[in-house]
Ligand binder design. Structure first.
Ligand code: ADP
Ligand code: MG
Length: 730
């Protein structure tokens, strides 16, 4: 008997060798997974006009005529067979006609495979391999009268030979261990693993193929969901220090000083967090919220709860600009509560320490010390920084801002900094479709802040065709009007470009803000990609903007310069900030009301949505102007979608539809082996929901998967090691 690991060559000989050499299909398991790319119905002739020169193809056609003639140049004869689909003809030529002449007679139908060429305007196949169908001498018995699977082109191996090999493999297989337990299969009406492979490789009809695919999709979802459920169960079993606010403590004092009322959503999420934090198991919660929905206040209140109970909180931001801004705004919001131990500070006050890579050594050392001693209740830094060096006295809560830049490994590295696993709150302003959340963050609980605080005016978004000089002109006039009304503007460009003079910003250090485009296939090779410096120079010479104070901001500026520029902008000392996507996440300057995005087609949907969330954060309405030269295609569709709605969830679907899913998942998980082969997250929502339900039920019965060794092994196979360690601990 064979199993998945049996060498193919040991059961099918040279065909196995060829498969291995050409397609790396070396074992029975590899062959099973070498699924047909499409299927032909032997009863239906192929459309012979729909071929592509150079492709390897397989068609079903009828012999129209067969003519034998002598060759002019050399000795011997050739056979020219004309095939037809009833409407279009195609020629096939045999230079060694022996044996073909008697079989390829007019009226016979067959399946012909070969490389498509062109000769005198018609398609042709030279020396195709073929199999006749129907009547006596039917050579397709191997298909049991069912569909004909067409496999990826394998050198010197026809699809029929693959099918024959598959049949041999099935003959040697008794059964296959199935990761999906029988109860689940029967509840969901799913084929077993072996059966699914049989249906996929040797289908009788389309129905069989559909049944096979459904099972394969489900199994994929189920394995991923079980891994996540195991991880979730493992979290739930870990010990954590419960954290509660105390009467007369920081949280109470802070709430009393809040200059606004919390929204209903903020209160509800706050309550959920309070319950999580008071638990003796660590919290793992994802907080999704529209841009500007007020996530920071919610997070800060959770941090104060932890400090009240004697612990510390770390706040991690994706960029230094954002870390600095969080430090500024949190210090300001806390006021005297952030001046613990200082003259004039509140008696119960704490301290907020900022850690950035570019700080002078002295300041950095002092801040590290405050973190280690516990003096600083809140430590703010970038992801990378906190990961490396910081020690805490009693780390109770980790808040990660803008998760879509933060991987699983980093989360875990941080968890290692506390004696007991800290509570974890992850925030993201990029709403993600439900199924993506379930697949990527399926081990966490999720909350959503849907409403925006009152008094916000919605952002209006308009497309500006870059080729229309008058509209462009009008755009800059509009910017000037906003400035005259006492507001400020952002101008966002897709890359940094070269600063004036000799200094050249090195290309290879290019970070994520440079070449911001993440939109689609029309990526790198597209037309315009205006740099910040270039745009800055251009705007300085634009009459409409004469006299305005312009500045440049991008990620490769020295950190203190960045900070100084942001401060000046926040203080209203700069009118127009020409920037890269360094301002994409979280930057909060209420005075900014207008944003012009240059070469907007170079950005992805979520990115544009994020970017425009930077304006209209005060009481004055925000305007976003998307400038672009594109007049058609997916890039225009993206821009139109962004213009049409401010619903982040709606946009996240558009985003996912346009991007390859691997990219979406890839951005969320660092270096995992996990790849979705069968699932499509938008299409397969029902299936994913069912798989999660089944997986969670199974794991609650059997957290270590002791009774499901096959499932356990499959998880180990598809998930990365870091995730597997959870299983081993379980
Ligand atoms: P985001 O969810 O995008 O991170 P922030 O937390 O930065 O949003 O909040 C955006 C702005 O709204 C901040 O200036 C904040 O002080 C303010 N804000 C937060 N909650 C409220 C509220 N309930 N009412 C009014 N303003 C609020
Ligand atoms: Mg924020």
């Amino acid at each position: 008997m064979a199993d998945r690991s049996t060498r193919l060559r040991s059961i099918v000989g040279t065909v196995g060798e060829k498969l291995e050499k050409s397609r790396d299909v070396g074992t029975v398991g590899d062959l099973l997974d070498f699924l047909p790319r499409r299927y032909l119905d032997p009863d239906v002739v192929s459309d012979l006009s729909a071929l592509h020169e150079g492709d390897f193809t397989m068609v079903i056609a009828t012999v129209k005529s067969a003519v034998m003639r002598s060759m002019r140049q050399r000795k011997g004869r050739m056979l020219t067979v004309t095939l037809t689909d009833g409407k279009h003809d195609m020629t096939t030529t045999f230079f060694k006609p022996y044996g073909h002449e008697g079989r390829l007679t007019p009226g016979r139908r067959g399946m012909f495979a070969g490389k498509v060429g062109r000769y005198r305007g018609t398609f042709q196949l030279t020396h195709p391999s073929y199999h006749l169908i129907g009547q006596d001498g039917d050579e397709l018995d191997v298909y049991d009268g069912g569909l004909v699977p067409v496999y990826l082109d394998v050198k010197n191996v026809t699809s029929l030979m693959v099918t024959e090999a598959v049949k041999v493999a099935f003959h040697h297989l008794d059964d296959l261990p199935d990761p999906v337990p029988p109860q689940v299969r029967s509840r969901r009406g799913l084929a077993g693993e072996l059966e699914a492979y049989r249906l996929a490789h040797l289908p009788r009809d389309r129905h069989d193929v559909a049944r096979a695919m459904r099972r394969m999709r489900y199994a994929e979802a189920f394995v991923v969901q079980t891994a996540l459920a195991v991880r979730r169960a493992a979290h739930q079993q870990q010990p954590a220090t419960p954290r509660r606010a105390v009467p007369g403590g920081l949280l109470e004092e802070f709430d009393a000083r809040l200059p606004f009322e919390l929204t209903k959503g903020q209160r509800e999420v706050g309550d959920a967090l309070a319950v999580d934090l008071a638990s003796s198991h660590p919290m793992h919660r994802l907080l999704q919220g529209e841009v500007g929905s007020g996530k920071t206040v919610v997070a800060l209140r959770a941090m104060l709860t932890v400090i009240d109970s004697g612990g510390q909180a770390a706040l991690l931001a994706p960029t230094e600009v954002l870390a600095q801004q969080h430090h500024r705004s949190i210090t300001a919001m806390l006021a005297d509560l952030a001046e613990g131990g200082m003259l004039g500070g509140s008696e119960i006050g704490t301290r907020v320490a900022l850690l950035t890579g570019s700080q002078p050594a002295g300041i950095r050392k002092k801040n590290l010390l405050e973190a280690a001693s516990g003096e600083a209740g809140i430590v703010i830094g970038t992801h990378a920084l906190i990961q490396d060096h910081v020690q805490f006295a009693d780390l109770g809560l980790v808040v990660v801002d803008e998760q879509h830049r933060f991987g699983v490994e980093q989360r875990d590295a941080l968890r290692g900094k506390a004696a007991q696993p800290p509570h974890v709150l992850v925030m993201t302003a990029t709403p993600i479709p439900r199924t993506v959340a379930m697949t990527v963050f399926g081990d966490m609980e999720t909350s959503t802040l849907a409403e925006l605080p009152q008094g916000r005016s919605p952002i209006s978004t308009h497309l500006v065709p870059g080729s229309n000089e008058r509209w462009v002109q009008r755009t800059w006039e509009r910017v000037a009007e906003e400035v005259r009304a006492g507001h400020q503007a952002y101008v966002v460009c897709p890359r940094i470009g070269d600063p004036p003079g000799d200094a050249v910003v090195t290309k290879e250090s290019s970070d994520e803000e440079d070449l911001a485009a993440e939109g689609g296939d029309d990526g790198a090779a597209g037309p315009a990609m205006t740099g910040v410096y270039e745009q800055f120079e251009r705007l300085r010479e634009t009459p409409a903007l004469a006299g305005l104070r312009l500045a440049v901001l991008h990620g490769r500026m020295p950190a203190d310069e960045k900070d100084a520029t942001m401060r000046a902008f926040a203080a209203g000392e700069i009118d127009v900030m020409v920037a890269t996507t360094v301002i994409e996440v979280g930057v909060d300057v209420p005075g900014a009301t207008v944003m012009v995005i240059v070469d907007a087609d170079r950005f992805g949907v979520s990115q544009l949505h994020q970017l425009r969330g930077r304006v209209g954060r005060g009481s004055a309405p925000g305007i976003c102007l998307l400038m672009s030269d594109v007049e058609e295609g997916p890039a225009l569709e993206r821009l139109t979608a962004v213009e049409a709605t401010t619903d982040g969830f709606e946009l996240s679907r558009v985003d996912l539809e346009q991007r390859r899913e691997g990219d979406v998942l890839g951005a969320h998980q660092s270096g995992g082996r996990r790849q979705l082969r069968f699932l499509q997250l938008l299409r397969d929502e029902t299936l994913i929901v069912e798989a999660q339900e089944d997986a969670r039920a199974l794991v609650s019965q059997d957290p270590a998967l002791a009774e499901h060794p096959v499932l356990r092994d499959r998880i180990v196979e598809v998930l990365d090691e870091e995730q597997v360690t959870y299983l081993e601990r379980g």
